[in-house]
Design a protein around this ligand. Sequence first.
Ligand code: CAA
Length: 445
Amino acid sequence: MTAVGIDAIEVRTGRLKLDLAETFAPEMGDDPEKYTKGLGLFASSFPDAYEDIVTMGANAAHRLMERKGLEPQDIGRIDVATESAFDNSKPVSTYIAGCLEQVYDGDFHHANKGERKFACISGTQSLDDAVNWILAGRNRGRGALVIATDTALYARDSSGEATQGAGAVAMYITEDPSMVELSTEQGYGSADETDFLKPNQQFPSVDGKRSMQVYLARMREALTDFERAAGDTHPDDYAFIPFHTPFPGMVRKAALLGYRHMIRGTEVEDELAEDIGRQPRRENFDSREEFEEAIKGYVDDLKDTDAYREWYGEAIDPTLDISSQVGNWYTGSVHIARVSALLHAAETDMDLAGQKLLVASYGSGAQAEIHEETVKPGFADEVEALNIDDQIETRQDISFEEYEQIHDRHNHEKSVELEPFTQPDEEFVFDGWGPMNERKYTYIQ
Ligand code: CAA
C-alpha cells in the first residue's frame, strides 16, 4: 500500500508569554510549584493584539509552503481544526486561503476547504481525512494542508486559567512523506460526555477534575480498541508516545496507566513482580471497588520503579518540552508533542528512522484515538528546519496587567482596542472588520 503521512510541519506560537511561576502564581496567591511541578507548565503563549487563529495558522502555513517550495496548485485540500472559531458558517480555512492568496500568484479555487470540530481531537481527525483522501486516490498528485489552530483561553479565575495557550501547527500530508507514515490501524474510545464544552460561548464550561477522569477512560478504551486492530502493544515497541497534552501533569497520569496496560502479562510484569507484586486481576476480587483500590496501590508502586522511570524519561518526557513552555494549544497540542519528540531525537542524533511512535489524541465531549506512525529518514532535516525554539525564546514577557488587557482584547464580548506589545514583521496580521462583520487580514512586509 502507498505510504501516506506527514511530509512537513510548521509551528507558530503566539508572540506573548505569561510566566506562570513569576507572574501568574503570585497574583493567584499560589505556590509557583503548583504550576511548574504539579501541572508541569512554566509559561503560556498568548496572541498579541494583531494575532488570532487565522494569522497564526496562515503564518505557519506560509512558512511551510516557502520552505518546501510549494505553490497553491500543489495543494488540493485545506482543512482547519479549531475549537476557537468565530463564525458558525464561513470556515477558518477560507480566511487562511485568502491570506495565502495575498502572497502567491496562484489561487486555491481548486482546493477543497473545510473546518473540523470535535474539541482537541479534530486536529488528528483532519489529519486522518487528508490521509484517507490520498489513500482513496482522489488527490490527483496534490498534497493536503492541515492546520490546527487555537487560542485556548479560559474565563478569568476559572480552574483552567493556568493551562491557557495559543498557537498553530500546519502539516503537509503527502504520499511518500519525509517525516512520518501513518498506520491504517486505529483505535477509538468515544462517549457522550459533558466534561468540557462551549455551548455557543467563547470560554469553555469545564468540569476540570472530571475532565481528567474522562480523558483517562476514553484513552484506555482507545488503547484496547487499537490492540483489537493491531495486536498487543509493548512499551519497547515505541520510541515515543506523544499524547494530547492539556498540561504535562495530565500526560504523567495517562502514561502510567498506559504503561501498566502494556506490560500486563509480559516479561516486564514478571521482572517487576519481585519488588511490587503482580498486577491485580479482576477475577481475584469480590467487588469492583476492592479491585480498583488494589490497582491504585499497584500503580503507586509502579511509578517509583526504575523500569517505569527509565521508560518515562525516554518515551514520554521528550514529548513535553514545547508544551511545558507554551500551554495548551487544544487541536495542535498532540502535534507539538510529536514535534517535540522528533526535535529531541534530531538534537541527540537518535537513529529514529524506521522506529515507531504511538500517537494518542483526545478531545473533550469526548473521544480518544490511537494510531501508530513510522518515522521516515527525512524527519531530522524537517524538524531541524523549524524555528520554534527561537519563537519561544523571543516571545515578549508580559506583566499581569498586560495579561489582563490581552485577555480582554481576545474576549469576543468586549471590543477592546489595544496597542500591540510587539512589532509584526513579514507576517499576516488582523486588520479590522469589513462591512459584513468579516475579519480582514493584511500581509506586513
Ligand atoms: N507543589 C507541587 N505540586 C502541587 C502543588 C505544589 N505546591 N500544589 C498543587 N500541586 C499539584 C496537585 O497535587 C495536582 O497534581 P496531582 O493531580 O498529580 O495530584 C496538580 O498540582 C494540580 O493541582 P490541583 O489539582 O489542585 O489544580 P486545580 O484543581 O486548580 O486545576 C485542573 C487542575 C482541574 C486540571 C485545571 O487545570 C483545569 O480545569 N484545567 C482545564 C481542563 C483540563 O485541561 N482537563 C484535562 C483533561 S480534558 C482535555 O485534555 C481537553 C482539553 O484540552 C481541555
